[in-house]
Design a protein around this ligand. Sequence first.
Ligand code: WA2
Length: 279
Amino acid sequence: GSREAVEKRRDSLASMCDERARMLQDQFNVSMNHLQALAILVSTFHHAQTPSAINQATFSRYAERTAFERPLTSGVAYAVRVTHAERDQFERQQGWSIKKMYSFNKKYGPSGDAAAAEIREPAEEYAPVIFAQDAYKNVISFDMLSGDDDRENIIRARESGKGVLTAPFKLLNTRLGVISTYTVYKTELPANARPQERIQAAIGYLGGIFDIEALVDKLLHQLAGKQSIMVNVYDTTNEWPISMYGSNDTGDGMYHNSTLNFGDPSRRHEMHCRFMQKP
Ligand code: WA2
């Protein structure tokens, strides 16, 4: 009867949604693992060698050639820890000055110059990007501690020693993205190292930029039956879910909710699926 038909339709929606959620989660996990490997590469060939065996050219070439390992990312970037006392020497060595993100400041104008905005209160430390995949080389020299989402991510990454994620937010290139961060430490730390030890030993932050809109779309298009269901992905960490992917069409009312685990225990994600057409 019609009850059976509804049940069957519900089951088929559930299995299609679960399949998509599992696929997205797997690709996310694979990408995160490779970001961790990239953090180890920077630790080994940049920090543990004098002189460093990595510069922007080698970093971007390696990142580009291994991009297939990080299927949901559109780029990677590496920021180093610089204390206020080290700043002058660091800037002289680099040949550029550390810039603030989003410093479209009325008083000082859109100079992007941290020095101007900091006449009142200099920061204690900075995290300027020194290496980036070509698509993001415009973020080189920007202080990642000067943006709220990036800052919170870096702080959480370095005291936990784990890979962490931001909520979706508007990146410097104006696209919606999620940043995943792994910390590089001066020395290898035991798994049970205390947050305070971790904070002290942190020397850099490797970030992967997840371009959710474009890359989830590509992923879902690879699946048969993409035309028949509508997929939305949300960050449901806070009371108000933030849309990460999908339109807000309402379909025919029946929907399935598949849980997603992106590996950061302090963030929650869900996939919602609906049929496009009525039965
Ligand atoms: N990378 C690229 N574009 C951005 C951005 C970012 N963060 N933040 C805003 N727009 C180097 O967690 C360390 C990368 C931050 C990593």
